[in-house]
Design a protein around this ligand. Structure first.
Ligand code: HEM
Length: 411
């Protein structure tokens, strides 16, 4: 834990109501690429439960950071006091003013949008997709299964959720390579221009799709159901439609790919745990929950709407709270030895999918994707490890992720 009194960053932009002893120069982006970003988080549990980082964060000057599950729960459970409007900056990036829906929409409208979407993503609907998920996994594995090695992130973790998105939305698989490229540009381009170009291409495709599904209703895919849905007898306005489809595309990409990256890295580095699941595949769903707990990848945020206190700390209207869900899932006040992956842990309640009204709409789908990937891999591939002489690379940031994961196995 670094000393809170030795600050290496400019604090001149820190609001006057922030006590100096609560200022800590924590930068969620600054993790060395070969270091585990989750370990960076753990050391903050030894410090103040809530602190303020002046380091530029998500378009804001600075942010409060909550380190305890209890405070995260309290903030996420009160959407009237802690709002979500325009929080991600994704649409501003491409020069748009609409919000990602329902992620950046506050109640009461949020409730209406969720009741429209929840049935489409129910466990029953997701169960129907499972054979398709198994097929996608195997199709991807066909390409590298006989090779004895794979770069897991680019050849499996990133394309897998894109295929699922196309299937879900009723889009042609011929568009797969195009979507992988746009997704990569939007989320990973080294330049702003590249990110904007990727984002605009996705927007334009989705706008044309909305028009097409309006003219030809009748399909049972998610796009058609959203485009033809009504709230109080009225169709959804255009800005909500595009905000919703755009979110459905980006919400499941990095989150799923990053979770897969960390989970498979863990299995490659921990042959005992890999063997445990090979010997008892029925344990996989439980193992996925534990890995979601130890590797909750998302940092989201909330605007403080009115002056208030959180955990005894005074906050003012307009302050930004960065909510790193990994802090909550690895809180030592909730879990014994929180950093340790223990598939037999009796209680592994986690925050990977957040909590409160914005709790992940795709949680059933996300879970299923992870469980199916692990089941199919362990069924088909021999024991795998990190390729000799190679080092995985990771990153911190809004979604912690794995950039490079070379795996190998004996053929
Ligand atoms: C392992 C994979 C996933 C993780 C870790 C994850 C995580 C999250 C988190 C933490 C939130 C809450 C954000 C907030 O409160 O500000 C969220 C919201 C959301 N997620 Fe996921 N997600 C995953 C997969 C998916 C998938 C596959 C979809 C489907 C398309 C999806 C769709 C959404 C949507 C639409 C929301 C907004 C819900 C709302 O505002 O009411 N997610 N996700």
């Amino acid at each position: 834990m670094q000393s809170q009194n030795v600050l290496r960053v400019d604090t001149s932009n820190v609001p006057a109501h922030v006590p100096r002893e609560l200022i800590v120069d924590y930068d969620i982006w600054a993790t060395p690429e070969t270091a585990d970003p989750f370990k960076t988080v753990d050391r903050f549990h030894a410090g103040p439960p809530i602190f303020y980082t002046p380091v530029h964060y998500a378009g804001n000057a600075g942010a409060w950071i909550l380190t305890r599950a209890e405070d995260i729960q309290a903030v996420m459970s009160d959407p009237d006091l802690f709002g979500s409007k325009s929080k991600s900056g994704f649409t501003a990036l491409i020069g748009e003013s609409w919000d990602l829906a329902p992620l950046e929409v506050d109640p009461p409208e949020h409730r209406q949008l969720r009741s429209l979407l929840d049935p489409i993503f129910s466990p029953k609907r997701i169960e129907q997709l499972t054979p398709g998920l198994r097929q996608f996994c195997n199709k991807l594995m066909d390409d590298f299964g006989g090779r004895g090695e794979v770069e897991f992130v680019s050849e499996f973790a990133r394309p897998y959720p894109v295929k699922i998105f196309l299937e879900l939305m009723g889009l042609p698989m011929d568009d797969f390579d195009q979507f992988v490229e746009w997704g990569d540009m939007l989320l990973r381009s080294p330049t702003i221009e590249g990110r904007v170009k990727g984002g605009k291409a996705i927007r334009d495709y989705l706008l044309a799709l909305i028009e097409q599904r309006r003219k030809n209703p009748g399909n049972d895919d998610v796009t058609s159901r959203v485009v033809n849905a009504t709230i109080d007898g009225q169709p959804l306005p255009p800005h909500r439609l595009i905000g919703m489809l755009y979110l459905l595309f980006i919400a499941g990409l990095d989150t799923t790919a990053s979770s897969l990256g960390f989970f498979f890295k863990h299995l490659a580095e921990n042959p005992d745990n890999q063997q445990k699941l090979r010997a008892n595949p029925a344990l996989i769903p439980q193992a996925v929950e534990e890995l979601l707990r130890t590797h909750s990848v998302v940092t989201t945020g909330r605007h403080v709407m009115r002056d208030t206190t959180v955990g005894g700390v005074q906050m003012k209207a307009g302050d930004w709270i960065a909510i790193g869900l990994m802090f909550g899932s690895r809180d030592p006040a909730e879990h014994k030895c929180p950093a340790q992956v223990d598939f037999d842990r009796p209680m592994n309640r986690h925050m990977a999918f957040a909590t409160g009204v914005h709790r992940c709409l795709g949680s059933h789908l996300g879970r299923k994707e992870l469980v199916v990937a692990m089941e199919e891999w362990l069924k088909r591939m021999p024991p795998f490890r990190i390729k000799q002489g190679e080092t995985p690379r990771m990153h911190g940031g809004i979604v912690f992720g794995v950039d490079y994961l070379p795996l190998s196995w004996s053929r």
